[in-house]
Design a protein around this ligand. Structure first.
Ligand code: BDP
Length: 590
């Protein structure tokens, strides 16, 4: 699947804006005829957005099950004779799509795009009703994992149910990314896999595998960032060599564009689509992560796609502010915790030279009260879906030079025996898809407690000393981390990135001597962690948890969300942001 773009042969019609919306009372299946009739009592809803925070009704915010989106689309006469492909950037978590009552697509998984050719369902002379049914329920067969529980007792009304989730972010739902009708020429490029490799001498190799909607020729042209054609080739599958490439570097993104040009037998151009990519070399040794032969130290954050009002939806306003703040604080990287982010995010990271660890939505694969791998809750269905998601994720993101590593999961129950065969399968599948990037799985286990880390190239650890253990005991952080990280490195012999460490901090709360939840505590907390990291040569990165405060489910440890942000949810700096800015500025001096 290709990201929707306007090109000389293609045009995009955005369906973003306001749609009609209503909650469906159905327990398992939708009960309303939202596909072919007006929605009863419809309210207006923004697209893209999570629906949860746009209603004044807690029942909408906390809804479990189906909801309907609907709008009319008026085709243009210019669509006649073209292929019409409806594209959704993401819909959380299960979607069914209808045109004038006919079901045209189903999709499972809330963080990756899907599309469907709707040409046969559209009469370009008449408006059509587009409806999307969205189900936000999570079970053990999808990612993220969750389960529906039906607790019984006098306090629970009949039929009461809860969506139990074993992850720490609000289960936002809705149409989260843009919706487009792509108006494509009858013969067009359907998909393309583009891989850019560069050797130590600076010679680049650009390989492509494309598919077309019909028989045609394919020519490719590779342009540098200034638009000069620097290489060309032909064939559905092929490669071309560039004698000397301009490298993509952290902090200095440089991109090439591979134009895929479909042609008829006479050389007439039928379709033209650009894939942007870049050349950089990634290597991992026992103690280093090298980009273009230079050791790279990850300075940055685990993030979320999360903002007030929009919820989990892609929002260019928040994206731009976040990228500005990453620059301001001297960060060079982030992890797309805990799911793939919008493609627009990666595009800008390519351009700006921001390094990204691209994570799958495999989170919540644990339960504090029971095993999940060993008792089959996370089983064959989960694995099949996990592998599908890795295929879709890599198909979507493989051409991005900013993506330097795939993270296959966050904090699965990696201490269970059953985790091993499960992750052996995921790793084998993922390495087959992309042999060029290192793999990691973010864990919170100790050296002795872990059964899977040896399968990965970089050890990624989440650590909360003096927070979830020994709360407030700052003096335990440095000795504890030194011991713990040395043990982990001795056992696995891989470089270590601390992918999470942090402390909940209520902006504006001060206490001296320092106390948990105060701004002063967060600063002292980070300093103590840094003393340990700085003493260990095999620690190759620090990603603070979290970039900004974010919404979670309600709970006694969450004060309207998780407050571990270095920025507030509206992106204002806490004291820790100024401290990090200073630390990372000093680190970035040559
Ligand atoms: C880690 C999780 C992350 C949480 C964080 C926390 O990976 O999603 O938000 O803990 O508790 O275990 O703040």
């Amino acid at each position: 699947m290709l990201f929707p773009q306007n090109t000389p042969t293609r045009s995009l019609v955005s369906l973003d804006g306001t749609w009609d919306f209503c909650i469906d009372p159905g327990r398992d299946e939708p009960t309303l005829d939202g596909a072919s009739a007006d929605l009863p009592g419809a309210e207006k809803m923004a697209v893209p957005a999570s629906y949860n925070d746009l209603s004044q009704d807690a029942a909408v915010r906390d809804h479990i099950g189906w909801a309907w989106y609907q709008r009319w689309v008026t085709p243009s006469r210019l669509w006649a004779g073209q292929r019409l492909v409806l594209h959704f950037g993401s819909v959380a978590h299960h979607a069914r799509v209808f045109i004038d009552g006919a079901e045209v697509a189903r999709h499972k998984g809330g963080f990756l795009p899907f599309q469907v050719d709707i040409s046969e369902f559209v009469d370009v002379a008449a408006p059509f009703r587009l409806a999307v049914a969205v189900d936000n329920r999570l079970d053990w067969s999808c990612l993220p994992c969750g389960e529906i529980k039906e607790p019984k007792g006098p306090q629970y009304p009949d039929g009461y149910r809860q969506q139990v989730i074993h992850f720490d972010f609000f289960n936002y739902a809705g149409i989260h990314r843009s919706v487009h009708v792509q108006v494509l020429p009858p013969v067009h490029v359907v998909a393309a896999q583009v891989d850019a490799q560069v050797d130590e001498q600076g010679r680049g190799q650009l390989a492509w595998v494309a598919s077309l909607s019909d028989q045609a020729g394919l020519r490719v042209e590779c342009c540098d960032a200034e638009g000069r054609i620097v290489a060309s080739g032909s064939g559905i599958q092929g490669s071309c060599t560039l004698d000397e490439v301009h490298l993509w570097q952290p902090g200095a993104g440089y991109c090439y564009t591979l134009w895929l040009i479909a042609e008829d037998a006479d050389g007439n151009e039928l379709d033209r689509y650009p894939v942007r990519t870049g050349f950089r070399r990634i290597e991992v040794s026992k103690e280093q992560f090298l980009i273009n032969g230079t050791p790279f130290y990850f300075r940055g954050f685990g993030k979320h796609e999360d903002s007030t009002l929009s919820g989990r939806a892609h929002n260019p306003v928040t994206l731009i502010k976040d990228l500005k703040l990453l620059g301001w604080i001297n960060a060079n990287s982030f992890r797309t915790s805990h799911y793939p982010y919008a493609e627009e995010v990666l595009d800008l990271c390519d351009e700006l030279g921001i390094v990204v660890i691209d994570e799958s939505p495999a989170v919540g694969l644990w339960d504090h009260s029971a095993p999940v791998f060993d008792c089959g809750k996370v089983g064959d269905d989960t694995l099949a879906h996990h592998n599908d998601v890795m295929s879709d994720l890599i198909a979507r993101d493989r051409h991005h030079p900013c993506v330097v590593m795939w993270s296959v999961a966050n904090e699965p129950a990696s201490w269970e025996e059953g985790a091993r065969p499960y992750f052996e399968a995921v790793v084998a599948h993922t390495r087959e898809l992309d042999a060029t990037r290192p793999l990691c799985c973010v864990v919170n286990t100790s050296a002795q407690g872990d059964r899977i880390q040896d399968l990965f190239d970089v050890t990624c650890l989440n650590r909360y000393p003096a927070w979830y253990s020994d709360p407030g005991r700052l003096e335990t952080i440095e000795p504890g981390l030194l011991h713990d990280l040395r043990e982990v490195h001795e056992r696995f012999g891989k470089p270590i990135i601390i992918t999470e460490y942090g402390a909940d901090t209520v902006a504006g709360l001060h206490n001296d001597p320092v106390t948990m939840f105060s701004e002063e505590f967060q600063v002292e907390y980070l300093k103590a962690c840094h003393r340990a990291f700085d003493a260990l040569p095999f620690v190759i990165g620090e990603h603070v948890w979290n970039f900004a405060d974010f919404m979670t489910k309600q709970g006694i440890t969450r004060i309207i969300g998780n407050r571990k942000g270095v920025f507030t949810r509206d992106r204002q700096p806490k004291a820790s942001a100024h401290y990090l800015r200073q630390r990372w500025q000093e680190a970035s001096r040559p």
